[in-house]
Design a protein around this ligand. Structure first.
Ligand SMILES: Cc1cc2nc3c(=O)[nH]c(=O)nc-3n(C[C@H](O)[C@H](O)[C@H](O)COP(=O)(O)OP(=O)(O)OC[C@H]3O[C@@H](n4cnc5c(N)ncnc54)[C@H](O)[C@@H]3O)c2cc1C
Length: 475
């Protein structure tokens, strides 16, 4: 049987695409190939013993491979039904309009071939689907209120919001501030990876209906590794299921397997574009602990309570990276009698640059790519951290700060970006503005692999909006 479309993966990129595609094309036939299985939250909670999250345990096979090659870095993702919606933390700010125009505004890298205004309605749609909680006013333009009210500020957040207005807001998040269908209200347990009250959006709790549609055939344990291609198109998809080699045919092939596996499939299929796989990476995350004099940080109603934009935008981005501040309401305890909660915790998220020395390539295992991270972090990101250290005391002068301590950089941010960047031609990119491969015109490469530049903001809301945009405009 030949399908209308074959979709690889059941994470955010694939599911948001498929939701829209099915709404617009009832009756079309869809085959979904998912490497993993359905591993429900309630089962994952049973085996979580307080050490590593279960997503990390099931990820072991992949993680080991990446660790062995690059001791200093591992990459985190969940290889089952729903992808990393199972383990994400559900921080969902939009990108700023400037993130799409880094060349025009700052002379950095390339502009995206799509801009904020085009994505605006799809951002709104993705925010509705995920029932985002967020404030009335944001630093990025929005046309209507978020579906759910914002989470509560803790006392120092209130002071920062008073001083900085829309530059310091309650974080837009897919951790529900009110109970809604399929999800409970966030209780700020700070264990978001396997949320014990099911407050965060996941594919499992909110979008199972996409896979229950009779037009969809979903195959579990189906690991895709290659497409058969001609000069201009793909004609077959190849996968292994229960150790049996299988193939299938469709008019369109939709890759939503995250940057590593999207690139692995493309390279195994004969993609010779020298940019394929190149420039992948992630943002640089650094934790700053801020001791406060006689001020408790208790009272926020979710895990990442607020976002600060004071280090995000400005002419300095010609020289060093923008930074999004995430204020954690996590259980950082100050080990001093009577001052236990007099501490704030910032996660500083710096954008990084796509660099040639960081690339994804194939390995001798056809299912698993090699992730080469030789260039490591760019000076653009590292300089921004040094500058942030100089600026933060001034920014926080409205608070009774005793000292700021910086912890070592996080080993991973979980935000895997790039490798099949979006652009205007094969000379500067791998896919076009609809994430259609420049050469194989019936192959779509969804997800953050298509990002032209990284942005300091968390990537997932934007990749969902891009999937909705593509499904709306192309089908
Ligand atoms: C711990 C953690 C916390 C995070 N927190 C946030 C956050 O707060 N905010 C944010 O914006 N982002 C966050 N992220 C990042 C976010 O999870 C990713 O951006 C997002 O999951 C990417 O969506 P995707 O659909 O492209 O890929 P994935 O979610 O990785 O889904 C890929 C899907 O493809 C399947 N697949 C892979 N390879 C194959 C193959 N060869 N054959 C068949 N199927 C395959 C997988 O099993 C999976 O179903 C976090 C990530 C982690 C790990």
């Amino acid at each position: 049987m030949k399908y209308d479309i074959i979709v690889v993966g059941t994470g955010f990129a694939s599911t948001f695409f498929l939701k829209k595609y099915l709404e617009k094309n009832p009756g079309k036939t869809v085959l979904v190939l998912e490497r993993g299985r359905l591993f429900p939250l309630m089962e994952r909670l049973k085996i979580r013993k307080g050490d590593a999250a279960t997503s990390e345990k099931v990820n072991e096979a992949y993680r080991k491979l990446f660790i062995n090659q690059h001791h200093e870095k591992f990459w985190k993702f969940s290889p089952d039904f729903g992808g990393s919606s199972n383990c994400w933390w559900a921080c969902t700010p939009r990108f700023m309009p400037s993130d799409f125009k880094m060349k025009t505004l700052y002379g950095i890298e390339q502009d995206w071939p799509i801009d904020y205004d085009v994505l605006d309605p799809y951002y709104e749609e993705a925010e509705d689907i995920m029932s985002i909680s967020g404030p009335k006013e944001t630093p990025f333009p929005r046309k209507k209120d978020y579906p759910l009210p914002p989470h509560l500020f803790a006392p120092p957040d209130k002071i920062l919001h008073e001083k900085y207005g829309t530059q310091y807001i309650s974080q837009p998040t897919a951790r529900a501030s009110r109970a809604i269908k399929g999800r409970n209200q966030c209780v700020a347990s700070s264990t978001c990876t396997e949320c014990p009250v099911n407050a965060k959006f996941t594919i499992e709790n909110s979008l199972m209906s996409v896979y229950e549609n009779p037009a969809v055939t979903l195959e579990y344990n189906a690991q895709v590794y290659r497409l058969t291609t001609t000069d201009k198109a793909a004609t077959k998809i190849h996968y292994a299921k229960d150790n049996i080699e299988l193939e299938a045919e469709a008019d369109y092939y939709i890759l939503g397997a995250n940057p590593f596996f999207n690139i692995n499939i493309l390279l195994n299929s004969g993609d010779k574009n020298p940019l394929t796989g190149v420039g992948f990476g992630e943002q640089l995350g650094i934790q700053a602990l801020i001791d406060l004099k006689d001020m408790s940080n208790a009272g926020g109603s979710t895990w990442v309570n607020a976002n600060g934009y004071m280090l995000y935008e400005g002419d300095f981005r010609k020289d060093y990276a923008g930074c999004l501040i995430e204020t954690n309401n996590a259980t950082y305890i100050r080990p001093e009698e009577g001052k236990w909660l007099d501490i704030m915790s910032f996660r500083l998220l710096f954008e990084d640059l796509p660099q040639k020395g960081n690339y994804i390539t194939t390995s001798n295992n056809k299912f698993i790519p090699e992730a080469v991270f030789n260039a490591g972090r760019s000076q653009y990101a590292l300089k921004a951290f040094e500058e942030a250290k100089k600026k933060l005391p001034g920014i926080l002068s409205c608070l009774p700060v005793e000292q700021i301590r910086y912890l070592y950089p996080h080993q991973n941010e979980g935000h895997i970006i790039g490798g099949a960047r979006m652009g205007t031609s094969e000379e500067n990119s791998v896919v076009d503005k609809y994430m259609v491969h420049h050469q194989y015109r019936n192959v779509l490469v969804l997800g953050a692999s298509s990002y032209t530049t990284y942005s300091p903001s968390n990537p997932t809301l934007t990749l969902c909006a891009l999937s909705l945009h593509t499904a709306d405009k192309l089908f």
